[in-house]
Design a protein around this ligand. Structure first.
Ligand code: T5A
Length: 210
């Protein structure tokens, strides 16, 4: 297949969702799908994808760190993000056709801003520490927290939070989708993974620049 190109700046896709929404599976599907179409694709996850980011990730997800303060949690997610942007993401946007990130700034807005109630502090700091990088398209996989959480076999520090947190989280994501309808596309993630893949494929075919 002839190689397609979207340069000079890579198209930036982020995948977001509630716990147990099938994000990992969708992310892998999307990567394979885009590579098969002939694009050069660079993938990252948040928090993580750098040595420092992966260390921060462990700290954040470790159930033993139950006493992590809310502001410390926010700062750690932002720290992992700035490390990723400065070390890898900016470069990847110059050299690939498509960059995909498993979670990005909307996670901080939804989890820390809405669900943990940090509000304006989270919104302002996310803006400041995204360093001018914004996704072109964000796929939000929407599932009820009850259904999503029931899919998980093991729960980390964040997933173990009470259902009220996860309900606020969903409302937060839906508010973001309402606020940024051109960027954030909501996909129903309550059905089978195959159904979700079909929706993602349709969406991507529609939104990718030609
Ligand atoms: N976070 C992150 C913040 O609070 N602030 C931030 O700024 C950022 C960046 C990161 C955690 O940090 C939080 C969010 C997270 O809590 P993570 O690993 O990215 O950790 O987050 P997870 O949501 O835990 O990611 P996972 O990759 O583990 O994905 P999913 O989507 O929760 O789960 P997945 O795809 O592995 O699926 C879970 C199970 O369900 C099944 C799967 O096969 C799997 O077994 N499943 C389905 N089964 C039937 N039908 C479907 N449609 C299914 N979808 C999934």
């Amino acid at each position: 297949m002839a190689k397609k190109t979207l340069k000079p700046k890579a198209f930036f896709i982020t995948v977001e969702g509630l716990e147990g929404c099938g994000k990992s599976s969708v992310f892998n599907f999307l990567t394979t799908f885009l590579k098969r179409k002939g694009y050069s694709v660079k993938v990252f996850r948040e928090p993580g994808s750098t040595k420092i980011g992966e260390k921060i990730r462990k700290l954040l997800l470790d159930k033993k760190n139950g006493n992590l303060s809310l502001h410390t949690e926010l700062l750690l997610y932002l720290a992992a993000r700035t490390q990723l942007i400065e070390e890898k993401l900016k470069k990847a946007r110059s050299f690939s056709d498509i960059v995909i990130c498993d979670r990005f700034l909307d996670s901080t807005l939804a989890y820390q801003g809405y669900a943990l109630g940090l509000g304006k502090i989270a919104f302002d700091s996310v803006k400041m520490f995204s360093l001018g990088i914004n996704p072109d398209i964000t796929i939000f996989l929407d599932v009820s927290p009850k259904v999503g959480l029931a899919r998980l076999k093991k729960k980390d520090r964040i997933e173990s939070r009470p259902i009220t947190f996860h309900n606020k989280l969903r409302r937060g994501y839906l508010s973001l989708a309402k606020k940024y309808p051109r960027r954030i596309k909501v996909i129903d993630a309550s059905g089978s993974l195959e159904d979700i893949y079909v929706s993602v494929e349709r969406l991507i075919n529609r939104v990718l620049p030609r």
